[in-house]
Design a protein around this ligand. Structure first.
Ligand SMILES: Nc1ncnc2c1ncn2[C@@H]1O[C@H](COP(=O)(O)OP(=O)(O)OP(=O)(O)O)[C@@H](O)[C@H]1O
Length: 229
């Protein structure tokens, strides 16, 4: 599903590569953590997957497509197949929960009847049933992140990227967020999550890809946050 083939990324303003000869494959339906210190290249990998950046050398394939050969007008189509969740939720403050999730479908022209059917289903999937008419500022951080996940998933993307989704959330609430991501993964969605949250990584026992200064230094099938030897 996600295929990095010897990818090097050098930002024009930097001497040191942000990623250096990275080769990683994430299969359909897999759950992979990206870990590593600040500046090790995790967000750069996520940006390459979205074609927000281009590799300096090497190739990125997403769902069988070589992104270097994907014309610019097809990039929005690629991004529709990839849901994104961020540390800072990024909800629309003037829309309620239902409207925040519905908006993701309105902008891609889905009919209102379809929206009225699927939005409540996804709100329930993330555990927010009965809260559709709450405004973001009437929700806890954990609940806001659940809305952001619902919005990212409502279009049933093949891939869900999460960049530090528990970064602004206390540990107890983070467990609930991980349960939601796990539920989404079990529907067959490939999940890639960049994180510094050692407790979460250790509790999930999923694949761990560790970066250090842009180089993959570890790739473990059922890994933990720190070195497991
Ligand atoms: N747009 C950019 N222009 C120039 N350099 C950048 C850019 N984005 C990232 N970098 C550099 O590339 C390297 C990797 O950064 P990246 O953001 O991918 O790391 P990260 O592992 O996601 O860090 P964090 O955990 O802090 O989010 C860093 O040295 C960073 O300064």
């Amino acid at each position: 599903m996600i295929h990095f083939d010897n990818v090097t990324k050098v930002y024009t303003t930097q001497k040191r590569p942000a990623l250096e000869e990275v080769s990683v494959d994430v299969d359909k339906g897999e759950f992979a953590f990206l870990v590593g210190p600040s500046g090790s290249g995790k967000s750069t990998m996520l940006r390459l997957i979205l074609k927000e950046e281009k590799p300096t050398r090497g190739n990125v394939h997403i769902a069988g497509k070589d992104l270097a050969r994907l014309s610019n007008w097809k990039v929005p189509h690629l991004r529709r197949r990839i849901g994104c969740v961020f540390q800072d939720f990024r909800l629309l403050p003037n829309k309620n929960v239902f409207e925040n999730v519905a908006f993701a479908l309105e902008v891609i022209g889905k009919p209102r009847r379809f929206i009225r059917k699927v939005v409540p289903e996804v709100i329930e999937l993330v555990g927010l049933e009965g809260k559709g008419d709450r405004m973001p500022d009437e929700l806890s951080g954990g609940e806001q992140q659940r809305v952001a996940i619902a919005r990212a998933f409502v279009n049933r993307p093949q891939i869900l990227l999460a960049d530090e989704p528990t970064g602004n959330i206390d540990p107890a609430t983070s467990i609930g967020i991980m349960k939601v991501l796990d539920r989404i993964n079990r529907t067959g969605t490939t999940v890639v999550m960049a994180t510094h949250d050692a407790a979460i990584v250790d509790s999930m026992r999923k694949r761990v890809v560790e970066l250090e200064e842009g180089v993959v230094v570890r790739d473990q099938t059922r890994g933990v946050y720190g070195q497991a030897y």
